[in-house]
Design a protein around this ligand. Structure first.
Ligand code: PLP
Length: 430
């Protein structure tokens, strides 16, 4: 018989016996909105030619207006996923084949592959160990005469150091793009995340704060970039021909158009964003208050100029103060019933596509085979030591958009951590 307080990993009773219900932000409002569109019979009104149909149907246009107001930005361009949004953003800033774009290894892979879609070269810069966002000093060190843009990511719900990145971009004649998929509604110096870059934007996929199944919103205050984004979204090459617009003639378009049902659902989600953020922030505050006392566990650091919207609650462990490794700790927490745990995050620069430098065909294009000459950018272990160490050994995340996380549920998670840490402290070195 295990002791009454035995860890579940050793055969004791788990703290959490029933999985928490999944995060659910959809209600009657979204059902009514989807029905309204179905009844109208107009599921999309986009036409890939110049004229009113170029801008999409009534729900798409209303979503873009309402989102522009919500995020206090001049232009919102909706797209059918944020991955599409990233591809459109990299095209809109006018990358030439062989141009370099500096990007973080701690992101979802689309931030980096969007660069390759325009035959430009991703260059990885290491991250800050406290915020997990791209480190401006590492960005500075990665600048070369070929650098054309910086692609920052507001990872886990807190903005990257945009003022520092903006200064580096301006000094070097670069554009700044931000991937704010995980931080809609976060603020940096009071400004909504994503809107201080040349182009930013949000994901509306089903596991983000607000969603419509699949979708994305591009944001920009630049009229010309907004126009280019709309052209790439909707068969630009056909539209330009009918518009007789000479200086945009080289644009290559796609079909990145959002449907009317998705747009109508997203319109109902937008006003819910502030409340959803608030409940994530309350859960995070409750976690931080309790978990700060545990030796060798570091809760998220929020920069004084920022708010954090906690898509993921990112922690690190101090291996010198704990005799167990992360693998055991995560297994023990999972055994106690804690779900939504992430063991490490990402190291995009170590993905096979980058390591082998093969994106198109099999001959190394676009790193080789471009008229501008071969690229000397390479990828492999040791390129981003901070990111690699966090991913391999010390980072633990809790996905705060996996469940609603009521106070009772947060308290159960806290109790599971305390139970595991009580065992860890029996074997702690100091
Ligand atoms: C979710 C996410 C994406 C991709 O968004 P989709 O809408 O799923 O295409 C890109 N970047 C980051 C950081 C994300 O979290």
């Amino acid at each position: 018989m295990p002791a009454a307080d035995a860890l579940a990993i050793n055969g004791g009773t788990p703290v959490i016996s029933k999985t928490f219900p999944p995060y659910r932000s959809l209600g009657e409002e979204e059902i009514a909105a989807a029905n309204r569109v179905l009844r109208s019979g107009v599921l999309s009104a986009f036409i890939g030619a110049s004229g009113p149909g170029f801008y999409g149907g009534p729900e798409v246009q209303a979503l873009e207006r309402e989102a522009a107001e919500r995020f206090d930005v001049k232009h919102v361009v909706s797209v059918n996923s944020w991955t599409s949004g990233l591809v459109a953003a990299m095209g809109a800033i006018g990358l030439e084949p062989g141009d370099e774009v500096i990007v973080t290894p701690w992101t979802m892979v689309a931030t980096a592959t969007a660069i390759l879609h325009w035959n430009a070269i991703p260059v990885f810069a290491d991250i800050d160990p406290q915020t997990f966002n791209i480190d401006p000093e590492a960005v500075e060190a990665a600048i070369t005469p070929r650098t054309r843009a910086i692609a920052a990511v507001d990872i886990f719900g807190q903005s990257a150091d945009i003022p520092a990145l903006r200064a580096i971009a301006d000094r070097n004649g670069c554009k700044l793009v931000t991937d704010t998929a995980q931080a809609p509604g976060a603020l940096l110096n009071g400004i909504p995340a994503g809107t201080a870059a040349d182009i930013g934007g949000f994901s509306l996929n089903y596991h983000k704060h607000i969603h419509c199944g699949e979708g994305g919103l591009l944001v920009t205050n630049d009229d010309r970039l907004a126009e280019r984004l709309r052209l790439i979204r909707n068969h630009g090459e056909a539209v330009i021909a009918s518009d007789q617009c000479e200086d945009l003639a080289n644009i290559l378009g796609h079909n990145f158009r959002l449907g009317e049902i998705e747009a109508a659902i997203a319109r109902e989600q937008l006003p819910k964003l502030s409340g959803l953020i608030k409940s994530r922030q309350q859960a995070a505050a409750r976690l931080t208050k309790a978990l700060s006392c545990l030796p060798g566990l570091n809760p998220p650091k929020v920069r004084p100029d920022s708010t954090h919207v906690y898509y993921i609650y990112g922690m690190t462990i101090d291996l010198e103060r704990l005799r167990r490794d992360r693998d055991w700790i995560v297994k023990a927490l999972k055994a106690e019933g804690v779900s939504g745990l992430l063991e490490g995050y990402q190291n995009i620069h170590l993905n096979p596509l980058f390591r082998h430098r093969i994106a198109y065909g099999t001959s190394g294009f676009p790193w080789t085979g471009l008229r501008s000459g071969d690229s000397d950018i390479s990828y492999g272990p040791g390129l981003c030591p901070v990111a690699e160490q966090l991913h391999q050994q010390t980072f633990i995340g809790l996905n705060l958009c996996a469940h609603a996380f009521t106070d009772d549920q947060v308290d159960a998670v806290i109790y599971a951590f305390k139970k595991v840490w009580a065992d860890l402290s029996k074997v702690a070195l100091r």
